[in-house]
Design a protein around this ligand. Structure first.
Ligand SMILES: Cc1cc2nc3c(=O)[nH]c(=O)nc-3n(C[C@H](O)[C@H](O)[C@H](O)COP(=O)(O)O)c2cc1C
Length: 334
């Protein structure tokens, strides 16, 4: 059981924020297959404060998705606090989220050069001030997602102290992606550094990085002592991974999905994207590039299938959700 800020999750299975992937449709699919909690993709605090038209949609959380956090990024405590207070009320006609998550892990150059995301790992006092300001602005739990350091040379160094300071500033939960900013998404996840954070703080710690199976999940739990597991890329095309992990935690057998089950889930995913596109258009929100985002999400379901490559090539050429639906439907009928 993972408990923080009045939220209790039986197995502590969280869907990671993945910009361009973990939209409302994918979050619903993962919930259906055992994700107990999810975090929206990162939302710019500055864009929210400047009332950018495209941004609120990214922070919209449906009532049926709760518990779900909205993740914000930025490095000015005042903007972060103001954005958190806006998000707390519910964005774009959505529900109030369950928590505010702060991004201190994004390694992307544009983000880091603005002092945001993982750049905050180098500035513990500013990171502290941000958490303190956000905590003071909302009544929701505030959580933080970090990495195990900025450079490879300094991996793990000072990170337990950094996490401890975030806890003192008011963080209710800390997620640790076991890579440095320098490593981006390559190389091994450093489980020892996650374990060191776990040993240093008294709030729950969620382990993250390269969990794509029950075996990976059990290893993360065993070697770090973490309280929960956050899964990102391992769920893309395989939202069943949450059920696989839950089965292992309960000592039950797990039967992997058949090709039919995977394609049927791809169709359900497409229908949810279609629904969200209709909602966005009806409310006059700027519609996202649904087809562009859907292509990579739907193609992922075909990984390892006998005719997967041909299916992916066809999906790649599809210009609309309707075309993708027709392609997957034909594959399913075969
Ligand atoms: C395409 C992509 C988008 C991501 N977007 C975010 C984001 O918006 N916020 C965040 O905190 N982390 C983001 N991440 C990092 C993931 O949440 C996660 O920490 C990382 O992928 C490692 O976990 P995994 O191996 O389970 O995917 C992103 C990662 C990828 C690959």
């Amino acid at each position: 059981m993972l408990s923080f800020g009045g939220i209790s999750l039986r197995h502590g299975l969280l869907l990671a924020p993945l910009a361009g992937y973990t939209d409302v449709a994918f979050r619903a699919i993962c919930r259906l297959h055992g994700a107990e909690y999810q975090v929206t993709e990162m939302v710019s605090s500055r864009a929210l404060c400047y009332h950018d038209k495209k941004t609120p949609r990214l922070a919209r959380v449906g009532e049926e998705e709760l518990p779900c956090a909205v993740q914000i990024f930025g490095s000015e405590p005042a903007y972060m606090a103001e954005a958190a207070a806006m998000v707390e009320k519910g964005m774009a006609g959505g529900a109030a989220p369950s928590a505010i998550d702060i991004n201190m892990g994004c390694p992307v150059k544009k983000i880091v050069s603005a002092g945001d995301g993982s750049a905050l790992l180098k500035n513990p006092s500013l990171a502290y001030d941000i958490v303190k300001a956000v905590k003071g602005a909302v009544s929701l739990p505030v959580t933080v997602k970090i990495r195990v350091g900025y450079t490879e040379k300094e991996k793990g160094k000072g990170i337990p102290e950094f996490a401890k300071a975030l806890e003192e500033a008011g963080a209710s939960l800390i997620t640790v992606h076991g890579r440095t900013r320098e490593a981006m998404y390559s190389g091994q996840v450093d489980l020892a550094s996650i374990a060191a954070v776990k040993a240093a703080v008294s709030v729950p710690v969620v382990g993250n990085g390269d969990i794509a199976s029950a075996e990976d999940a059990l290893r993360m739990l065993r070697e770090t002592g973490c309280d929960g597991l956050m899964i990102g890329r391992g769920a893309v095309g395989n939202p069943f991974v949450f059920e696989e992990i839950a089965a292992a935690l309960e000592g039950r057998d797990y039967t992997p999905p058949t090709v039919e089950e995977r394609l049927s889930l791809a169709l359900l995913h497409l229908s949810l994207l279609e629904k969200e596109a209709e909602r966005a258009l009806a409310t006059g929100e700027s519609a996202p590039p649904f087809a562009a985002e859907a292509r990579k999400q739907i193609a992922a379901y075909t990984k390892g299938m006998r005719e997967g490559a041909a299916l992916r090539a066809a999906l790649c050429r599809a210009a609309s959700l309707a075309e993708m639906t027709a392609i997957v439907t034909r594959a399913l009928e075969k």
